[in-house]
Design a protein around this ligand. Structure first.
Ligand SMILES: C[S@@+](CC[C@H](N)C(=O)[O-])C[C@H]1O[C@@H](n2cnc3c(N)ncnc32)[C@H](O)[C@@H]1O
Length: 270
């Protein structure tokens, strides 16, 4: 097993997000936005609450929290993503910042949320500890990640195609397992270790309606980071076969893929 170098993984993710910031919306937003209201409900976001949206990307969660009357701020380590968010939601507060080193004081927020951010961090435990630090006692954390690939079929179809026809062990900077927090027990363990109480995990049913059977490959190849690197590292002659296999897999589901999310939440105890 390869050792994780969190700094190298962070650089790899950062370069990737800087490059694809403008394409992320057309690729993934249709599915990641489906869990926003469940995420905000879990964090009990309500009028007047100060809310931090970590790894905000184009700002969907920040905007939804603000439209509930909360005082929301979004942070992301990609300056390009922050530009996207500011362009999409002028008037809302977005700042460049690192999930693992929050530039906020202790106990500043009533809720910290992150929609599909945790699986991109080299040191997610540190981010969860940071969330705990900036929350006031009684405040809530909530985050979503993808469910396992047997259920989130967009990933399942792609991974099976690579496993069958290509190579999953290509030289890209290793990070924590992509599906680590798909395991409810692992979510609870890390939340409790950071000092949170009452951890709870639920599942959010989501469906990805793709425009065509080719769209899954295209979105993964052009609009993601780790999965794009995995595809780009395949031999060109093999990649064509992988693409055809992914297309067939999507076609079997008539371009509608189940993409459930795992939603974890907990409270900072008094
Ligand atoms: C899958 S996107 C999620 C975007 C958005 N939250 C949504 O609901 O679609 C992951 C985001 O995490 C950001 N990110 C990755 N590592 C980060 C870090 N260490 N600190 C802050 N943001 C980070 C990326 O720049 C990217 O915008």
């Amino acid at each position: 097993m390869s050792t994780i170098d969190p700094a190298a993984f962070r650089r790899f993710e950062h370069e990737g997000w800087q490059e694809i910031a403008s394409r992320y919306h057309s690729g993934f937003a249709a599915v990641t936005t489906q869990s926003v209201s469940a995420l905000l409900d879990a964090a009990q976001v309500r009028p007047g609450l100060r809310v931090l949206d970590v790894a905000c990307g184009p700002g969907y969660v920040t905007a939804a929290a603000a439209s509930r009357g909360a005082h929301a701020v979004g942070i992301d380590f990609s300056s390009e993503m922050i530009e996207e968010a500011r362009g999409r939601y002028p008037g809302l507060e977005f700042r460049e910042g690192d999930a693992e080193k929050l530039s906020f004081g202790d106990s500043e927020f009533g809720a910290v949320v992150s929609n599909f951010g945790m699986l991109h961090l080299g040191r997610p435990e540190i981010a969860i500890q940071e969330a705990h630090r900036v929350l006031r006692p009684g405040g809530r954390i909530a985050f979503t990640v993808w469910d396992t690939p047997d259920k989130a079929l967009g990933f399942g179809i792609m991974i099976s195609a690579i496993q069958r026809l290509g190579d999953l062990n290509v030289p890209i900077p290793p990070g924590p397992p992509f599906f680590r927090f798909s395991d409810p027990e692992e979510c609870k363990r890390v939340l409790v270790a950071a000092g949170f109480g009452g951890p709870a995990v639920t599942h959010v049913p989501q469906v990805w309606q793709l425009e065509s059977a080719d769209a899954l490959f295209d979105v993964m190849y052009h609009g993601s980071v780790r999965n794009a690197a995995l595809l780009r590292a395949q031999k060109p002659e093999v990649l064509d076969k992988i693409r055809a296999e992914i297309r067939a897999g999507v076609d079997q589901h008539r371009n509608e893929l189940p993409m459930p999310a795992v939603l974890a939440t907990a409270q900072k105890e008094n």
